[in-house]
Ligand binder design. Structure first.
Ligand code: CA
Length: 232
């Protein structure tokens, strides 16, 4: 059974072949790119996960990761021969999800892939990190379940919070007045106080801070309203 495509970006043939063999045995389809640029070209919304060597001939794995992160939160495992790279992986907040150090056993590698895929797709096929509305942003919307994920963590939102965030996500950067947000969300906006919007926003910020403390996701525009952070 084919589970989906894993993109392997690795220039060493022997290592690549071992990885391909081990993952094929597990039922994964692999696309192998020997260079960073080829890998970037091959990446698409069917890619389940990327195994990314750091030392590549044409560009570094870090740069490949940066490019990918501009448009996608796909799980990335770095492959490195140097332990010193690990600090960079962890320190730069590049958005890698895990790393393996060469030499590694195929079995250990498969276990990491499986664990990461389980973590990132936990219990839901319908959470859509590549949702059109969320291109390049660390959000996923599941409209059927009324759920929003942030860095692949499910946000425990109230109904109003969900509706406000969903509205903001539709047009990142666009400023919505409290009145506009209320009209989008409340059945009878007249009966609600604008302060209520502030309270919901405050509560959502707290929830997102728990997932990623370094981002101010919802921006306040004095006297105007709120917008969603545009650049990620
Ligand atoms: Ca290499």
């Amino acid at each position: 059974m084919v589970k989906g495509e894993i993109l392997l970006i690795e220039d060493e043939t022997a290592i690549a072949q071992n990885i391909i063999y081990a993952l094929n045995t597990e039922g994964y389809k692999i696309f192998w790119a020997k260079q960073g640029r080829l890998g970037l070209k091959r990446f698409n919304n069917k890619t389940l996960l990327i195994l990314l060597d750091i030392g590549l001939p044409d560009m570094s794995g870090f740069d490949v990761c940066r490019e990918i992160r501009k448009k996608s939160m796909v799980p990335i495992i770095f492959i490195t021969a140097r332990k010193s790279d690990v600090d960079t992986v962890l320190g730069l907040e590049l958005g890698g999800d895990d790393y393996i150090i060469k030499p590694f056993s195929p079995r250990a590698m498969v276990a990491r892939v499986r664990a990461l895929l389980r973590r990132t797709t936990a219990g839901s096929k319908t959470i859509v990190p590549e949702d059109k509305q969320c291109k390049g942003m660390p959000f996923g919307i599941d409209e059927e379940r009324k759920q929003i994920t942030f860095y692949r963590s499910k946000l425990e939102l109230t109904r109003y919070e969900y509706l406000i965030l969903k509205t903001l996500l539709e047009h990142p950067g666009r400023v919505y007045s409290r009145q506009q947000l209320m009209q989008q969300i409340w059945i009878e906006p007249e009966s609600s106080l604008e302060r209520t919007v502030d309270a919901h926003v405050k509560s959502m910020r707290k929830k997102m801070k728990k997932v990623s403390p370094r981002h101010e996701v919802i921006l306040t525009h004095r006297g105007l309203g709120y917008s969603l952070k545009e650049d990620w």
